[in-house]
Design a protein around this ligand. Structure first.
Ligand code: PAF
Length: 290
């Protein structure tokens, strides 16, 4: 099924059928296309990616698809927030040309059985905490790349491991697509923007700034000369463990490219952590370098 959203007074092209996306994408073969994949419920972080894509390309495409294969908890999928009307208005205001909002059956028709696995960099951090997550991400992003066939694609540093996985996959599978990673966008109090923030009750929302403060404290230590990764981890863990509603999932000081845990930080490190507030799981990270 395809539709354009005249009913919502939206003028950009919005389709669910793959053939419509390909037709529009190739209607001007010389135009360069930037592509931003999303699961909807858009915030300033997504819009910063769209904005960058708008600056660097003739045309911009966005996908809105809550991808079931990257959720290992059925409840997490069921409670993922969505507001399509609002998303489309925001994208139209940003000058987006084309939106793909497919059904689950369009992306995964009955009988579907092909998956993409990136092996090494998915074994740690989010990959270890959420089995199957990156298999789902790599699979759907491969499909999105094949449907849109963009020149450039934009991902946020907020999901640092996802960016590493997509770069690896794009190189390994010879996608002729430049993968661009854009800075994390934060709320005024430092909380990294995420669609999941909407699920935080008010008290947890107030305390959720502890992720940012933990990262800042470790960064400050590093900048003061600390190179012992275990001390950096202990600093972050201490800050999270002192917060009543927070439950630490992991803290990490890893190499930014291989994602292997470091004993001693030589030049650069990815500081990252995951924290539960009841059943809402937040992640954040910072890269430090001397
Ligand atoms: O980062 C996300 O929102 C998702 O993992 C992505 C890249 C859209 C794939 O479903």
């Amino acid at each position: 099924m395809s539709f354009n959203l005249l009913t919502l007074n939206v003028c950009m092209d919005v389709f669910s059928a793959i053939a419509d996306i390909r037709r529009v994408r190739w209607s001007e073969p010389r135009a360069t296309w930037g592509f931003v994949p999303t699961m909807g419920f858009l915030h300033e972080g997504h819009l910063s990616l769209v904005h960058r894509a708008r600056q660097e390309n003739d045309r911009v495409g966005v996908s809105i698809f809550v991808n079931p294969t990257q959720f290992n908890e059925p409840d997490d999928l069921a409670t993922y927030p969505s507001d399509l009307d609002r998303d489309l208005r925001l994208l139209e205001n940003e000058g987006v040309d084309l939106v793909w909002n497919p059904s689950q059956d369009t992306v995964y028709p009955p009988g579907y059985e092909t998956y993409v696995e990136v092996t090494e960099v998915t074994k740690v951090l989010e990959g270890a905490a959420r089995p199957g997550f990156f298999r789902g991400v790599a699979t759907v992003v491969t499909k999105l790349f094949n449907v849109f066939q963009p020149n450039r694609t934009y991902f946020g540093q907020k999901d640092a491991q996802q960016a590493v996985v997509i770069r690896r996959m794009a190189a390994d599978l010879n996608f002729p697509i430049e993968v661009i990673v854009c800075p994390t966008i934060r709320e005024p109090d430092g909380l990294a923007m995420s669609s999941r923030n909407a699920n935080l009750p008010p008290a947890a929302r107030r305390e959720a700034t502890c992720l940012y403060h933990a990262l800042l404290a470790a960064k400050e230590l590093f900048e003061g000369g600390e190179r012992d990764a275990e001390r950096l981890r202990a600093t972050m863990a201490g800050i999270i463990n002192a917060v009543e509603l927070a439950r630490l999932d992991y803290v990490s000081v890893a190499h930014p490219d291989t994602l292997q845990e470091q004993a001693v930080v030589h030049d650069r490190a990815l500081l990252s952590l995951a924290v539960f507030f009841n059943d809402v799981r937040l992640i954040d990270n910072m890269v430090v370098e001397r």
